[in-house]
Design a binder for this molecule. Structure first.
Ligand code: SF4
Length: 380
């Protein structure tokens, strides 16, 4: 039996580059994109056997590509990794009007894509301008409307909080505007200033323009309150879903499941080895087209490192660590192994601990990176 899990395909081209973005991405050039897709097909052909349950087309901006190119990628991936079809197929979309024609959405649907994830970021024009996004709030509304018309029943909206200039009132406007579109899923990400981006230069010049930690916490708390009051499950630190609308692909990551990542910069976790392709577009394309090993790095996660990773991922979720399942899979008694760190985090009010489960409290979610980091560090 080949390993099974999630399949991620990276489509790295964007119509423009946002100043906060640290993803593996390049401005779209048609000839470069065509060469890249050829490389992707070669990688699909040479990849290890894998039984994919979900497909996630991420980027970049997948909808800068032509509809036929997207259909080609989905078809190649399906015939190689999921002949019986995927349980879930997601595409990330920029809601820019020029990239969201009705024909494109119908074409996506026709090739089996059933989940649309829109990079909305904000419904406040000034914040969109600060983030370098070129779409308007009305374009988001149009795009979601078109998705529904195309028969898409699983729509997710991504929002960013902590944008310079944002206030609790303006964040509330974005949350309410998002809810008015009746999404099935909402992801809220705190803005992080990534090295090497124009935002990092801005931060170095004027750190006071960026949200302080207490404002970020207030914004995050507002998101939790507004979205859960509207009936969403807060099922992972950054993710909220209507019942039965959790993202299956990402749930597999948090369950420490296996995944195969294809394309430049993509990460995989197979057989206990975590690997990542280098973020060099031409090196990726040349290697894949030539049938050579894709440049990158890998790391074998064994023993304590594997335990720490599993604990960190499980703690991100609403269910937390299932102690019995953890013992069976990793041969570790969670309470005994982690006693000092559990006691420390419990004393801070960050953990809810029962014999059967260990999970973050509401308070713990605000300091999730520190708490999860403590579990990774303790495992060594
Ligand atoms: S945020 Fe999205 S659209 Fe903007 S540059 Fe990054 S990948 Fe491209």
């Amino acid at each position: 039996m080949p390993p099974q899990g999630g399949l991620y395909v990276h489509l790295p081209f964007c119509p423009y580059i946002c100043p906060y973005c640290d993803f593996a991405k390049w401005p779209l050039h048609r000839s470069r994109a065509e060469r890249y897709l050829g490389a992707l097909e070669a990688e699909i052909a040479h990849a290890p056997d894998f039984a994919a349950r979900t497909l996630f087309l991420g980027g970049g901006t997948p909808n800068t590509l032509e509809n036929a190119q997207i259909a080609r990628v989905v078809e190649r991936a399906r015939s190689r990794f999921a002949p019986g079809g995927f349980d879930e197929t997601t595409i990330e979309l920029n809601p820019d009007r020029d990239l969201c024609a009705a024909a494109a959405f119908e074409a996506y649907r026709a090739c089996g894509i059933g989940r649309f994830s829109f990079g909305v970021q904000s419904f406040v024009p000034e914040e969109l301008a600060t983030l370098g996004r070129r779409h308007s709030p009305d374009e988001v509304r149009e795009a979601v409307h078109r998705a529904r018309e195309a028969g898409i029943t699983n729509v997710s909206l991504d929002l960013i909080f902590g944008t310079p200039g944002q206030t609790p009132a303006s964040w509330l406007r974005s949350l309410e505007a998002a809810l008015a579109l009746e999404p099935d899923h909402v992801s809220t990400y705190g803005l992080t200033v990534e090295d090497g981006t124009p935002f990092a230069d801005w931060f170095a010049r004027s750190p006071g323009d960026f949200s302080a930690n207490d404002l970020e916490a207030e914004l995050y708390g507002l998101a939790i309150d507004v979205l859960t009051a509207a009936g969403f499950e807060h099922y992972e630190i950054s993710n909220f879903a209507r019942p039965k609308k959790r993202c299956l692909h990402n749930a597999n990551y948090w369950a420490n499941g296996e995944y195969l990542g294809l394309g430049v910069g993509a990460a995989s976790f197979l057989g206990g080895v975590r690997s990542v392709h280098a973020r060099e577009l031409e090196a990726y394309s040349a290697a894949a087209l030539g049938g050579a090993a894709i440049p990158g790095e890998d790391e074998c996660l064994e023993g304590p490192a594997r335990v720490g990773e599993a604990a960190m991922l499980a703690l991100r979720t609403a269910e937390g660590v299932d102690v019995a399942a953890f013992a069976e899979r990793y041969r570790v008694d969670f309470h005994t192994f982690y006693r000092p760190v559990i006691e420390e985090m419990q004393a801070l009010g960050a953990l809810d601990v029962t014999p059967a489960r260990v999970r973050l409290t509401r308070r713990g979610r605000f300091v999730a990176n520190d708490v999860c980091g403590a579990f990774v560090t303790f495992a060594g």
